[in-house]
Design a protein around this ligand. Structure first.
Ligand SMILES: C[S@@+](CC[C@H](N)C(=O)[O-])C[C@H]1O[C@@H](n2cnc3c(N)ncnc32)[C@H](O)[C@@H]1O
Length: 194
């Protein structure tokens, strides 16, 4: 399914409510990646950006978060909330991350949460990500598990399983070293460039 079909009518404030309910997941991702002050974090497919704002507070005052987002409405929503909350260490990159990410500096951490299953070209996307990650940088991927009950999140038939993601990572120059089942029907993987 294309991004356009998926997100043209998205309700971004509702999605932010879902993100806020999953704050504990974002805290676990910050812990697994050892996210800390001064780092450069790139979050791809940020949506309304609740997680971006958490990451921005974690890396402040000297660190930066780059929020890469394809939906103009999500970008407008994120821009407004950043202004309202006085958060100044986030750069928004409004584009489809299946295109090269030359606007993004080399990152210490890239986070891609609940995005991979939406993509038409996930291999190209991950190759673009690899180019923007430092050799010792970390990639955190989280997805809804097809083994979940389906009571929240995308339909089970649209979910990627862990093995599909590891195959994609291996094909695009990453080695993964941690995988975890998580709450809210999620799993996550931590990877580094090979
Ligand atoms: C389900 S939301 C996930 C939002 C957030 N990452 C989270 O974990 O809650 C997927 C987001 O990825 C964005 N997205 C999908 N494909 C994209 C692409 N190719 N490039 C950039 N953003 C994309 C969508 O517009 C949407 O905001």
């Amino acid at each position: 399914m294309s991004h356009r079909e998926d997100f043209a009518d998205a309700d971004w404030s509702k999605m932010e409510r879902h993100q806020r309910e999953r704050t504990a997941l974002a805290e676990s991702w910050m812990g697994l990646t050892h996210m800390r002050g001064g780092q450069t974090v790139v979050d791809i497919g940020s949506g309304p950006g609740w997680f971006v704002r958490l990451y921005a507070r974690r890396v402040a005052p000297d660190g930066w978060v780059y929020a890469v987002e394809a939906s103009p409405k999500a970008v407008a929503y994120l821009r407004r909330t950043l202004e309202e909350e006085g958060i100044h260490n986030v750069q928004i990159v409004a584009k489809d991350a299946q295109q090269p990410l030359q606007e993004v500096p080399l990152a210490d951490i890239v986070t891609i949460t609940d995005v991979l299953h939406h993509l038409d070209h996930p291999e190209q996307f991950l190759r673009n990500v690899r180019e923007r990650l430092r050799p010792d940088g970390k990639l955190l991927i989280a997805e809804f598990s097809p083994q979940g009950s389906g009571s929240l999140g995308p339909p089970l038939s649209e979910r990627l399983d862990l093995e599909q993601v590891t195959v994609l990572l291996e094909a695009t120059g990453f080695q993964w070293f941690i995988q975890q089942q998580q709450a809210f029907e999620h799993y996550c993987l931590l990877a580094q460039p090979r």
